[in-house]
Design a protein around this ligand. Sequence first.
Ligand SMILES: *[C@@H]1O[C@H](CO)[C@@H](O)[C@H](O)[C@H]1NC(C)=O
Ligand SMILES: *[C@@H]1O[C@H](CO)[C@@H](O)[C@H](O)[C@H]1NC(C)=O
Ligand SMILES: *[C@@H]1O[C@H](CO)[C@@H](O)[C@H](O)[C@H]1NC(C)=O
Length: 414
Amino acid sequence: MLRLRRLNFYSIFFAFGVSVLIILAASRYIGNTNYHQSSESRRNIIIRNYLKIEDGEKNSPQPLPTNPDDGSPNIEIILEKSRSKVKFDLTNYNFYTSGAQKLEDLLLESGGRPIRSLIVSAWRSGSTFLGEILNAMPGNFYHYEPLMHFDKVQIRAPPYSEKALSTIKSMFNCNFNDMDEYFEYGKVHAVQYSHNSRPWDHCKYKKELCLDPDFTSKYCKLFPFHSMKVVRFRLRLVQELLDDKQLNLNVVLLIRDPRGVMQSRQHHDWCLRAPDCWRPELVCADMISDYLTAGRLLKQYPGRLMVLRYEDLALNPNNTAHRLLNFLKLSPTPSFEEFLHSHTTVEVGGAFSTFRVSREVPFRWKNILNFSYVEEIQMVCKYAMNLWGYRMAHNASHLASKEFNPLDQFKVPQ
Ligand SMILES: *[C@@H]1O[C@H](CO)[C@@H](O)[C@H](O)[C@H]1NC(C)=O
Ligand SMILES: *[C@@H]1O[C@H](CO)[C@@H](O)[C@H](O)[C@H]1NC(C)=O
Ligand SMILES: *[C@@H]1O[C@H](CO)[C@@H](O)[C@H](O)[C@H]1NC(C)=O
């Protein structure tokens, strides 16, 4: 009896000891994976922050924040403050670069003509990153995705194109009257305004400002530089905008490898519901059309169109950003250089520099897509990829190999 009890005691003691060991080992193991996970997720956050390819198209509507103190805003004071701030931020700006002698020459408010630029791209092609680079210029007003209320479609021709063109023109002219659909959409999608950092500073707490066409029109006219980006508007439609002498618009076409595009669009419900988004043959037909249009526009409107690949931007952000400013006749300011520096050369936890991160981001699809899907895309995109200088993966092992460099040279006919 006693022996039995003692045996029981020992076996319980033994079992307890084993459990402790298991728990210790497990916690060590979990600790380790946590460590890996956290450095991995930190890296992902950095990638998201510094090389954004988000297009702000989450399906769930984000309501505008409401004003915590509820005082009604004094519009005249806001306008006056912002007028002074633009002036101050551009105190040492070289206006001759921008073909002007003084700030007022570029302000609609004083009867001037702003420097206007339009980024034409497609979903998940790096346009958010490029848009933010441009918006880092002081004195910039950023018309972010004015065509979101058209929903998830590519606009290629009438009838949508007429409405889209008139929206774009009105906004570049800071005329926000008669834009009910735009403001309706913005009521429940703050993303339509939040990228436009200058007015957003005022309306993040006073949402009525961003929803007020009169305020928006007046505020918009205080800025010498106007940028816009669109992901659902094909290049062939910009001819009408280039023809508008008063707009004097410059256009940037931003293209990305369709395999990277398709990988980045995976797992987005909204995309799966829109053929223009998930069907690679439509994506690549647009790439061909954009290529041919680019060649024609470069001849017809010399110096008014710049063509860029996202991969080249990611591999060489500093040079590309300076080339972009040069093309737009903008002179880089210290605050612009500062933005570029902090967003493209930051050390990440010692292990990865963003330079390395940004080199990897555009090619992440190589490790994520399986070869059968890559082959499916390549089959319908062969011509488009050839035009834009993207190399084929020949088989699964080729795709996985280090030797496979998807990027080749490309040339737009001029
Ligand atoms: C970025 O490029 C500009 C112009 O090409 C150059 O003056 C500047 O030194 C570069 N900055 C960095 C951090 O390489
Ligand atoms: C390859 O990827 C596609 C798209 O993600 C998926 O639908 C398919 O099931 C995958 N095929 C294999 C063999 O894993
Ligand atoms: C895969 O493609 C590479 C590059 O074209 C080629 O050298 C290799 O022989 C191919 N492998 C197979 C298994 O077909």
